[in-house]
Write a protein that binds this ligand. Structure first.
Ligand code: MG
Length: 408
């Protein structure tokens, strides 16, 4: 069996750093869940890590408070109309950049760029960091999924590397370090199962937004939490794993593990399975991405073995949680189909959060949109414009499906 379909299957070796060299960090999406936790991690070792840039879409107040605390050289705001208001409140001497270009610009100026932007908007940040040859600590999975054909190309820039800030992929990254790429049999991504695990489709027809946002083990933003409730998050992570590690879809499996202690596993050809365990805490993957190949000196998510008694595993319910196989399908189609999947899902999740469609209709919107997928001509070197087009087309079609299914 040859599960590897090209691309780097193990971590590339970074340039060696001295033990106490300062590492500069740019945090894009600094006011969100990943961004604020990144600042927590950096605060654990202020001698080693220095935040030189912060960026957010529109949360001026939080951005100002963060800038006063960490004193970056540059602060960027995605919504350019807020730049004046931001500049007035920042410590004097802080440079202000505005608009999507401003967010991309701060992705090019630090040793490590944390991309914690939510959704497709993170693509320009991912591309800017890789094109500048930076280490990208990637929490924005949509960019590597939707932008796969373009991201794959810029990953070859000297110095560019991706360290996944996603608990599963961080786990796989760690597990892969214990064997050779050629000896990998399969990746086993674990899924908590979300708040609706064990329930059937007919019991989920009228679940509300509050229920979908009540994640049993992880505290995250609303978009990813809804994605966890549909298993779309796991589906997106399957595509993300394929892109990050170059492993074929047939060699990526999903295992439901409600405790979220085993963050993922790698099975080798001799039958050995290597897993990474810790309590659910995103600060561990963030610290890993900052410190790799070393380890952050502060423990996050350390297990109390006197407390931990049970680790359960079960197969996913692919009938109730249809988004998982929709994602596998889009991944296998490849090219820009994952961009369509991700865009249609963003539209569907927004419509659900706004009370316009039911939870069950999220999979319908994604499925109906993907049914119309067409590649823009023969596969070849896709451009950013192709990806933006694919995103816009899929959103337009998904909007039409939402309108058809709208409850109001
Ligand atoms: Mg994850």
């Amino acid at each position: 069996m040859t599960p590897l379909s090209g691309g780097p299957a193990t971590a590339p070796s970074p340039a060696p750093r001295g033990p106490r060299d300062e590492v500069t960090v740019s945090v894009v999406g600094s006011t969100g869940s990943i961004g604020t936790q990144t600042l927590d991690v950096v605060a654990e070792d202020p001698e080693r890590y220095r935040v030189v840039a912060l960026g957010a879409q529109r949360s001026v107040d939080v951005l100002v408070a963060q800038a006063r605390a960490v004193r970056p050289e540059v602060v960027a705001i995605g919504d350019a109309t807020l730049a004046g208001e931001l500049a007035e409140q920042l410590p004097s001497g802080t440079e202000v950049l505005a608009g999507p270009d401003g967010l991309a610009a701060i992705a090019a100026i630090a040793d490590v760029v944390v991309n914690g932007v939510v959704g497709f908007a993170g693509l320009s940040v991912t591309l800017a960091a890789l094109e500048a040859g930076r280490r990208l600590a990637l929490a924005n999975k949509e960019s590597i999924i939707a932008g796969a054909p373009v991201v794959a190309r810029v990953r070859g820039t000297p110095g560019a590397e991706i360290l996944p800030v996603d608990s599963e992929h961080c786990a796989v990254h760690q597990c892969l370090r214990s064997g050779r790429a050629a000896d990998v049999a399969r990746l086993l991504l674990t899924a908590s199962g979300g708040p609706f695990r064990g329930r059937k489709a007919d019991e989920l027809s009228d679940v509300g937004v509050d229920e979908a946002l009540a994640h049993p083990t992880w505290n995250m933003g609303p978009k990813i939490t809804v994605d966890s409730s549909t298993l779309m998050n796991k589906g997106l992570e399957v595509i993300e794993a394929h892109e990050l590690f170059g492993v074929a879809y047939d060699a990526i499996d999903v295992v439901v593990h409600p405790q979220s202690i085993v963050h993922s596993m790698v099975e080798f050809v001799d039958g050995a399975v290597v897993a990474q365990l810790s309590l659910p805490d995103m600060r561990l993957p963030i610290g890993y991405a900052l410190a790799y190949p070393a380890r952050l000196g502060s423990p996050f998510g350390a297990i109390d073995w006197a407390e931990l008694s049970v680790l359960e595993f079960e197969p996913p319910d692919r009938t109730t949680f249809r988004c998982l196989d929709l994602a596998y399908g889009a991944g296998r189609t490849g090219d820009l189909a994952p961009a369509w999947l991700s865009a249609a899902n963003e539209v569907a999740v927004e419509a659900f959060l706004a009370g316009r469609i039911t939870w069950a209709a999220i999979a319908d919107v994604v499925g109906d949109t993907l049914d119309r997928y067409e590649a823009p001509g023969p596969a070849g070197d896709r451009t950013v414009a192709d990806v933006l087009d694919a995103d816009a087309t899929a959103r337009r079609l998904a909007d039409a499906v939402v309108a058809d299914r709208s409850m109001v």
